[in-house]
Structure formats: C-alpha cells, structure tokens
Design a binder for this molecule. Structure first.
Ligand SMILES: Nc1ncnc2c1ncn2[C@@H]1O[C@H](COP(=O)(O)OP(=O)(O)OP(=O)(O)O)[C@@H](O)[C@H]1O
Length: 207
C-alpha cells in the first residue's frame, strides 16, 4: 500500500435502542477532509470515536491501509491525533507542561522549546506558564489544539475543535487544516460552526 487510507465499509452505530447511523461508506486518502454533520445527539461523536479506534463498530468495518483497524490499533494510533469533545488538559499544569505530557504519552519526543513554539503558534505565547485553570475557554481550546502543531501525524480526528474559538482562532484553525491537507494529511471532524475546507467529503447522520 503506497499511501495511507482510512475507510469505512457499511458502518453501523447503535446506542441503546437507537440506530444512529446505518451503512456509512467513505474513504479518506491523503489531502481529504471528512466533515461529519448532524444535530445534537445524532451520533457524530460516536462515529468519530469509532474512527479513532476508541469504540467498536456495531456492524461493518473500518480499514486502515486496507486492513481491519482493530487488528493494527497500535500502528494506527502512532499515525493519529484524536481531539475529543473536552479539552483533555490537566487544570493544575500549565499549557507547556500539558503539551509535553501529551507528547510523552503519545510517544513523541518534544523539547520544552518545541512545545513553547507550538504554543506561540496557537497564540499562547504570553500564557504558556499559567495553570490551565487560569485560562479562558478559548485559550484552553487553543492549548489543547497545540498538539496539532507539535507533532506530525497523518490522521487528525477532531470533535468540535472550534468550540470557544474566536473569529481569528477559527481562521487560524482553517489555515492549519489547509496546511495539513497540503502535506497529505487526512482529517475527520465535526463542527457546529461553518469551516471552509478543501477536498471535503460530507457525511450527514441522523434525521
Ligand atoms: N453508552 C451509551 N449508551 C446509550 N446511549 C448512548 C451511549 N453513548 C451515547 N449514547 C447516545 O447516543 C446518541 C449520540 O451521541 P453522540 O455523542 O454520538 O452525539 P453527537 O452527534 O456527537 O451530539 P452533539 O452534537 O450533542 O455533541 C445520544 O443520544 C447519546 O445519548
């Protein structure tokens, strides 16, 4: 297999009594962005968690490079950044410490200088030494997204990455997405806000 590929084949998601989505089919190759759309509670997070290898499909398959994702989760995780609904930061650590801890857990070697540079990129140059609990919601979101600048992974799965970002933040994030696509990265994301992306595929779930 020459280039990476993430594929869903007849994917089904069931929660409780509800069939959230049924027989979804899509394929992401380098430069592609999948935008998952739907109302609150329609199953977007459920789908993204499946694509991140964090939840099992109820039927159908997810393939990574042509093989079942569940049989190669470790390899897949090394290619993935998953950003969930929450910000996933430790409130008592500062942004730089959080970023270095996240990198260590992800098996990435990152120096304090590189972490500081990533935080500069997301506009937190002045705030990187403050405990997360002292940051605004938008600043926390930026600190959480700094991982995308710090380590290079092929697949970004992002659940509501725009939450709490201001206009400039949304613009900056859009540019980052474009750069990732131009480098051959793949993205699956959901957002209740408009985000202009290139090479987008749209999946709408729910009614
Ligand atoms: N473990 C579970 N057991 C039962 N129902 C669940 C479980 N997990 C999620 N659900 C339900 O599945 C539905 C889809 O949830 P999900 O979080 O995927 O929606 P969403 O589209 O991401 O919503 P939002 O836009 O509000 O973030 C919801 O009705 C939720 O209550």
């Amino acid at each position: 297999m020459d280039s990476p590929m993430l594929e869903a084949l007849d994917l089904v998601g069931v929660r409780g009594e509800r069939r959230l989505f049924d027989c979804l089919n899509f394929r992401l190759t380098p430069g592609d962005c999948l935008s998952v759309q739907g109302e609150n509670g329609s199953g977007k997070t459920t789908l993204l968690r499946m694509l991140a290898g964090l939840a099992m499909p109820d039927a159908g398959k997810i393939l990574w490079n042509g093989n079942l994702l569940r049989n190669q989760r470790e390899d897949y995780q090394r290619n993935l950044i998953y950003s969930g609904h929450g910000i996933g930061l430790k409130e008592d650590l500062n942004a730089q410490e959080n970023l270095l801890a996240a990198a260590a857990i992800a098996g990435e070697s990152a120096s304090p200088e590189q972490a500081a540079e990533a935080l500069n990129e997301v506009g937190l140059a002045e705030h990187k030494k403050l405990p997360i609990r002292m940051l605004s919601q938008g600043q926390k979101r930026r600190a959480s997204l700094a991982r995308l600048c710090l380590y290079k992974r092929k697949v970004w799965i992002l659940d509501e990455p725009l939450t709490a970002l201001d206009k400039l933040g949304v613009q900056w994030f859009g540019e980052m997405i474009n750069r990732h696509q131009a480098r051959g990265g793949m993205i699956a994301l959901t957002s209740h806000q408009e985000l202009a992306t290139k090479n987008s595929q749209f999946v709408r779930i729910g009614a």
